[in-house]
Design a binder for this molecule. Sequence first.
Ligand SMILES: Nc1ncnc2c1ncn2[C@@H]1O[C@H](COP(=O)(O)OP(=O)(O)OP(=O)(O)O)[C@@H](O)[C@H]1O
Ligand SMILES: [Zn+2]
Ligand SMILES: [Zn+2]
Length: 838
Amino acid sequence: MIAKVIVDVPSRQTDRPFDYIVPYHLQEWVEVGSRVGVPFGGRVLQGFVIQLQEESRLDQHKLKEIAELLDAAPPLLPDLIELASWMSHKYCCSHTQALQAMIPAALKGKEERFISINDDESDEWKSRVSAPLLHWLEQHSPKANWTVMMEQFPDEAAEIRKLIKDNKLQLQSYIKDKLAVKKVQAVYMPMQVQQQPFDALLDQLAKTALKQKEVLQYMYEQPQEQTIPIVNVTKELECATSTVRALVEKELLIQIDLEQQRDPYAGRHFKTTEPLLLTEEQQLVFEQIAITLDKQQPYTFLLQGVTGSGKTEVYLQSIDRCLKDGRQAIVLVPEISLTPQMVERFKGRFGDQVAVMHSRLSGGERYDEWRRIRNGESMVAIGARSAIFAPFQQLGLIIIDEEHESSYKQEESPKYHTRDVAVRRAMMHGATVILGSATPSLESYVAASMSNPKGKLSEDKRAALLSMTKRVNDRALPEVTVIDMKEELLANNRSMFSRRLHEALQERLQKGEQSVLLLNRRGFATFIMCRSCSYTMMCPHCDIALTYHQKSQVVRCHYCGYAEQTPTVCPACTSEHIRFFGTGTQKVEAELAKLFPGIRVIRMDVDTTSGKNAHEQLLKQFESRKADVLLGTQMVAKGLDFPYVTLVGVIAADTSLHLPDFRAAERTFQLLTQVAGRAGRHHLPGEVIIQSYTPEHYAIVTSQQHDYETFVQQELQHRRMLGYPPYCRLAVVTMSHDQLPLLSQVSHQFVEDLRQLADHEGVLVPLSSGFPRSLEVLGPVASPIAKMKDRYRFQCVLKYRGSIDIAALIQGTLHQYKEKSIQKKIQYSIDIDPQVIM
Ligand SMILES: Nc1ncnc2c1ncn2[C@@H]1O[C@H](COP(=O)(O)OP(=O)(O)OP(=O)(O)O)[C@@H](O)[C@H]1O
Ligand SMILES: [Zn+2]
Ligand SMILES: [Zn+2]
């Protein structure tokens, strides 16, 4: 038998399966998805089996054998192997990168496996195996080494496997890697001891050994062969470890190492919750979802529900429906929202069936949770991005909460978008996908509403839009006021707080209520804006804010490369109040302290939340009202639900509006809507104050009115006019090298070759032409981050529409071109559907 193996070598040249012979003794065990050790270039390297077949097209004599099998059960399942292959094509990454993204990092060590005879089962099976094997098993159980067994009894592998399946034999695995599995020492009383009269056992102890007697009695009274960690025994009976050990020495107890699964939520008690009676809107939405769940047909719903409309309850009841069919569910939330409160809502409903996977767990903890999924103990996985790869076998439902979040796109290779991977995986399983958000991404909105505007299911379509427009219990959405900061300036108020916001803060302090202040600042770029007339410098070709480059004193467009000198007076009104924008949270904090002596502020930004659990602790402090103000970057906008927050203030809404990013307006609208949703979620009514230099901008006007629909229509017009997603798709190829002239030459050559290839395929047509298949190649230009780690960076942006295999086109160009440039060490990085272009 031949196994096709993807070997873990990070090089594009070796990114293809290699054939290996499966040695006879491993034939029963090696499966698609198995992790194996194979000889490769004089070493033994790790690899994944992606296919098994009878014969190889290569000369059998030249093939090498698989050296070892690393796990008893394959860590990857066939559907994940298929998904990895799809990912490596779509996102232009290596197979190894895609496969490695799917397994926990701790799974790098080697497993040790032991076979034991299950004494609870009948003995009839013993006649089915050879006498030597039976003898060997009986001799070595419960610590019979599996690897040895495979080698010694290769002819009986099939029978052994069957016995394991039938539970006659048990297979236990340990990861050698210390970090991976925690072991505890435990004891049990063997059956032959426990069957004797207690007095007979007592005779074996010294009369004075009272503590030993106590332990003996305790263990004697346990159910048959019940294993108990030694620490539990010593705690329970207040005795020393040596007391227990003494009984072990007398063979009255047997000591073993127990593999302990660390439950990071152990010791936390989760209050069980019952399904709530759904509101009318929730009920309508749930019924639609239930239809596709019951049919087990792949379907994607976009659930657009205003903040506080009760999306989570819809998720919970959908999961419940899915579990009733014996299928599993994955819930994805942005890393930052994966708080204990969030986890509690799911554990409260589904208890221990929930496995949690997030980056704040240790490697070992994450591995344990992963294993609970792999061996079927867990039915619901909740986690950030990578939980999409949870190794479930019968996936019924995938939920992506806050689906518009850019963190669903992985920025390192494999640069996948979780949403697309989810839809793909759901298709393979006949699973339902729910994308939930108060402010869906335009891509999802267009995809869902175009295929199904009324939200009614139709057989031929694969997606539908569902909406919930009201908050639960008819609670009002908060009143939003927009303050024109230009007028503040005219009234001689140069503070970063408008008079209105100042007053509102004062009022909250007096009443003992809490406020959230958002400093809307993201990314690294600074843009230029006039504080008198709000003129912002834009690229004449791209309608994107120009970025200020301090060193060279120019402003530049990151998409097309257009540049001009930085002006000293406003080109529109000749005012000198033209500024580079970017305010820091520390500055705001200082200003607060000055204006409101004694004010208690919790600052939440990258600086204060870098430590483990820091984010969580800051929120807890705020929740217990140890502070008056929570001040922070977009972190404060997410998922907070605090009853005493009655004021939300946005210091400068424009900061994200003019970033050199075609999604700037969309991101601003999303952020403002999310943060406004934090106010007045409970009995106290909420108020929101947004400060802006461009209060008339549609992103601000529509967020003030909580009007997603109008925002989308306006934004779509812009996107259509300028040719941006969702009217086309994007791909970016970034090239880097330490010599600028060479990089420039190579990147121009690349773009030329790419154009030629596209032309050859008849797709090099401007998007505006209206052809169903069209492609434009922009650039090459210097990347927004023009130099990184001493390498210069150039990029070209591809805009395309229609069924164009963009990955094949790029790879095709690289393929003919790479040969020439390998020795020159040009690095290429490809980003399909980029979220940020750097
Ligand atoms: N059917 C219901 N009956 C009563 N209360 C409900 C119901 N559904 C949800 N709730 C409550 O309403 C509140 C808001 O719900 P939830 O947090 O799920 O909203 P959401 O749509 O996820 O909001 P956000 O987008 O702001 O996170 C919660 O406290 C929840 O327990
Ligand atoms: Zn001006
Ligand atoms: Zn431009």
